[in-house]
Design a protein. Structure first.
Length: 202
Protein backbone atom coordinates (compact mmCIF):
# COMPACT_ATOMS: atom_id res chain seq x y z
CA UNK A 1 0.00 0.00 0.00
CA UNK A 2 1.61 3.23 -1.20
CA UNK A 3 0.80 6.60 0.39
CA UNK A 4 1.11 9.82 -1.55
CA UNK A 5 1.36 13.13 0.33
CA UNK A 6 0.08 15.90 -1.96
CA UNK A 7 0.90 19.50 -1.08
CA UNK A 8 -1.13 22.38 -2.49
CA UNK A 9 0.59 25.77 -2.62
CA UNK A 10 0.30 29.13 -4.34
CA UNK A 11 2.80 31.77 -5.35
CA UNK A 12 2.34 33.74 -2.12
CA UNK A 13 2.99 30.79 0.21
CA UNK A 14 5.48 28.78 -1.84
CA UNK A 15 8.25 29.76 0.58
CA UNK A 16 6.64 27.38 3.11
CA UNK A 17 7.20 24.27 0.98
CA UNK A 18 10.69 23.64 2.39
CA UNK A 19 9.42 23.67 5.96
CA UNK A 20 6.67 21.18 5.23
CA UNK A 21 9.09 18.87 3.40
CA UNK A 22 11.34 18.92 6.46
CA UNK A 23 8.34 18.01 8.62
CA UNK A 24 7.70 15.02 6.37
CA UNK A 25 11.29 13.84 6.89
CA UNK A 26 10.55 13.71 10.61
CA UNK A 27 7.46 11.53 10.29
CA UNK A 28 7.48 8.22 12.14
CA UNK A 29 6.49 6.70 8.80
CA UNK A 30 7.37 8.60 5.65
CA UNK A 31 5.10 8.74 2.58
CA UNK A 32 6.09 6.75 -0.49
CA UNK A 33 5.49 9.73 -2.77
CA UNK A 34 5.46 13.50 -2.27
CA UNK A 35 3.79 15.74 -4.83
CA UNK A 36 3.71 19.54 -4.85
CA UNK A 37 1.15 21.32 -6.99
CA UNK A 38 2.25 24.95 -7.22
CA UNK A 39 -0.42 27.19 -8.67
CA UNK A 40 0.10 30.69 -10.06
CA UNK A 41 3.80 30.25 -10.74
CA UNK A 42 6.12 28.90 -13.40
CA UNK A 43 9.02 27.67 -11.27
CA UNK A 44 9.53 26.16 -7.83
CA UNK A 45 12.80 24.64 -6.70
CA UNK A 46 13.07 22.14 -3.85
CA UNK A 47 16.16 20.49 -2.40
CA UNK A 48 14.81 16.94 -2.45
CA UNK A 49 15.10 15.40 -5.90
CA UNK A 50 12.52 12.73 -5.02
CA UNK A 51 9.77 15.32 -4.59
CA UNK A 52 7.62 15.70 -7.69
CA UNK A 53 6.92 19.38 -8.36
CA UNK A 54 4.30 20.54 -10.84
CA UNK A 55 3.91 24.24 -11.55
CA UNK A 56 0.96 25.90 -13.25
CA UNK A 57 1.04 29.48 -14.42
CA UNK A 58 -2.71 29.89 -14.10
CA UNK A 59 -3.87 30.30 -10.52
CA UNK A 60 -6.26 27.44 -9.80
CA UNK A 61 -9.04 27.51 -7.23
CA UNK A 62 -8.44 25.09 -4.32
CA UNK A 63 -10.41 22.07 -5.50
CA UNK A 64 -9.02 22.28 -9.01
CA UNK A 65 -5.54 22.15 -7.53
CA UNK A 66 -6.52 19.21 -5.29
CA UNK A 67 -8.12 17.35 -8.18
CA UNK A 68 -4.96 17.92 -10.20
CA UNK A 69 -2.74 16.63 -7.39
CA UNK A 70 -4.85 13.49 -7.01
CA UNK A 71 -4.70 12.84 -10.77
CA UNK A 72 -0.89 13.08 -10.70
CA UNK A 73 -0.51 10.60 -7.84
CA UNK A 74 0.55 7.02 -8.46
CA UNK A 75 -0.28 5.79 -4.94
CA UNK A 76 -3.14 3.77 -3.50
CA UNK A 77 -3.81 6.28 -0.71
CA UNK A 78 -3.80 10.04 -1.31
CA UNK A 79 -3.28 12.43 1.57
CA UNK A 80 -3.99 16.09 0.77
CA UNK A 81 -2.31 18.95 2.62
CA UNK A 82 -2.24 22.73 2.49
CA UNK A 83 1.33 24.04 2.52
CA UNK A 84 0.87 26.36 5.51
CA UNK A 85 -0.27 23.64 7.93
CA UNK A 86 1.95 21.38 10.04
CA UNK A 87 1.33 17.62 10.17
CA UNK A 88 1.40 15.58 13.36
CA UNK A 89 4.69 13.57 13.37
CA UNK A 90 2.61 10.37 13.36
CA UNK A 91 0.14 11.41 10.67
CA UNK A 92 1.38 9.07 7.94
CA UNK A 93 1.74 6.25 10.46
CA UNK A 94 -1.90 6.74 11.47
CA UNK A 95 -2.98 6.90 7.83
CA UNK A 96 -1.22 3.61 7.03
CA UNK A 97 -2.77 1.89 10.03
CA UNK A 98 -6.28 3.19 9.29
CA UNK A 99 -6.24 2.22 5.62
CA UNK A 100 -5.07 -1.30 6.39
CA UNK A 101 -8.68 -1.64 7.48
CA UNK A 102 -10.32 -2.55 4.16
CA UNK A 103 -13.65 -0.88 4.97
CA UNK A 104 -12.12 2.61 5.09
CA UNK A 105 -12.41 4.64 1.89
CA UNK A 106 -11.88 8.14 3.27
CA UNK A 107 -10.72 9.75 6.51
CA UNK A 108 -10.97 13.22 8.05
CA UNK A 109 -9.53 14.34 11.37
CA UNK A 110 -9.40 17.04 14.01
CA UNK A 111 -6.79 19.78 14.17
CA UNK A 112 -4.94 22.08 16.52
CA UNK A 113 -5.20 25.81 15.94
CA UNK A 114 -1.73 27.38 15.60
CA UNK A 115 -0.32 24.80 18.03
CA UNK A 116 2.35 22.30 17.01
CA UNK A 117 2.62 20.69 20.45
CA UNK A 118 1.04 17.41 19.43
CA UNK A 119 0.20 14.61 21.81
CA UNK A 120 1.69 11.18 21.16
CA UNK A 121 -0.89 8.80 19.70
CA UNK A 122 -0.65 5.46 21.46
CA UNK A 123 -2.28 2.07 20.92
CA UNK A 124 -2.37 2.14 17.13
CA UNK A 125 -3.05 -1.60 17.15
CA UNK A 126 -6.75 -1.33 17.98
CA UNK A 127 -8.15 0.42 14.91
CA UNK A 128 -11.64 0.73 16.39
CA UNK A 129 -10.25 3.03 19.07
CA UNK A 130 -8.68 5.31 16.46
CA UNK A 131 -11.60 5.90 14.12
CA UNK A 132 -15.37 5.96 14.06
CA UNK A 133 -17.82 5.66 11.18
CA UNK A 134 -19.17 9.01 10.11
CA UNK A 135 -22.80 8.32 9.14
CA UNK A 136 -23.97 11.90 9.60
CA UNK A 137 -23.29 14.92 7.49
CA UNK A 138 -22.39 17.05 10.51
CA UNK A 139 -18.67 16.39 10.14
CA UNK A 140 -18.79 17.46 6.51
CA UNK A 141 -21.02 20.47 6.88
CA UNK A 142 -20.89 22.50 3.68
CA UNK A 143 -21.08 25.76 5.63
CA UNK A 144 -18.19 26.31 8.07
CA UNK A 145 -17.69 25.98 10.88
CA UNK A 146 -18.70 22.35 10.97
CA UNK A 147 -20.05 20.98 14.23
CA UNK A 148 -16.93 18.88 14.62
CA UNK A 149 -13.45 20.45 14.42
CA UNK A 150 -12.69 18.75 11.12
CA UNK A 151 -10.35 20.16 8.51
CA UNK A 152 -11.97 19.05 5.25
CA UNK A 153 -9.08 20.15 3.02
CA UNK A 154 -6.80 17.58 4.69
CA UNK A 155 -8.84 14.59 3.64
CA UNK A 156 -7.13 11.26 2.96
CA UNK A 157 -8.81 8.78 0.64
CA UNK A 158 -8.21 5.86 -1.64
CA UNK A 159 -7.32 6.73 -5.23
CA UNK A 160 -10.61 5.26 -6.47
CA UNK A 161 -12.48 7.89 -4.43
CA UNK A 162 -10.62 10.74 -6.13
CA UNK A 163 -11.21 9.11 -9.51
CA UNK A 164 -14.94 8.85 -8.87
CA UNK A 165 -15.66 12.05 -6.92
CA UNK A 166 -14.26 15.38 -8.06
CA UNK A 167 -14.24 18.43 -5.82
CA UNK A 168 -16.31 21.30 -7.32
CA UNK A 169 -13.73 23.46 -9.07
CA UNK A 170 -15.78 26.66 -9.33
CA UNK A 171 -15.97 27.33 -5.58
CA UNK A 172 -13.54 29.35 -3.47
CA UNK A 173 -15.29 28.92 -0.10
CA UNK A 174 -16.69 25.76 1.47
CA UNK A 175 -15.39 23.78 -1.50
CA UNK A 176 -13.62 21.19 0.65
CA UNK A 177 -16.79 20.47 2.62
CA UNK A 178 -18.70 20.01 -0.62
CA UNK A 179 -16.10 17.51 -1.77
CA UNK A 180 -16.53 15.53 1.46
CA UNK A 181 -20.30 15.72 1.01
CA UNK A 182 -19.89 14.25 -2.46
CA UNK A 183 -17.92 11.32 -1.05
CA UNK A 184 -20.65 10.58 1.49
CA UNK A 185 -23.39 10.90 -1.11
CA UNK A 186 -21.52 8.45 -3.34
CA UNK A 187 -21.80 5.76 -0.68
CA UNK A 188 -18.15 5.44 0.25
CA UNK A 189 -17.15 4.40 3.76
CA UNK A 190 -16.23 7.69 5.38
CA UNK A 191 -14.44 7.66 8.74
CA UNK A 192 -13.40 10.25 11.27
CA UNK A 193 -10.71 10.36 13.95
CA UNK A 194 -10.72 12.72 16.88
CA UNK A 195 -6.91 12.90 16.87
CA UNK A 196 -5.46 16.28 15.90
CA UNK A 197 -3.35 15.31 12.90
CA UNK A 198 -2.40 18.82 11.79
CA UNK A 199 -1.79 22.25 13.21
CA UNK A 200 -3.94 24.66 11.26
CA UNK A 201 -2.40 28.07 10.54
CA UNK A 202 -4.72 31.03 10.22
Amino acid sequence: MKVSFCIICYDKDAHLVGRLLRDLKNQTSCPDEVIVVASGMTELKVEDADVKVYTFQDRMLPNKARNKAASLSSADIICLSDVDDTPHPQKIEVVRKVFEYENVDALVHNYNMNDTNFSVIENLVDIEKIIEKEPYIHSTNIMPPSRLPVHHAHITARSKVFEDVKGPEHMNFGEDGMFCRGILDSGYNFYYTKHNLISYSC
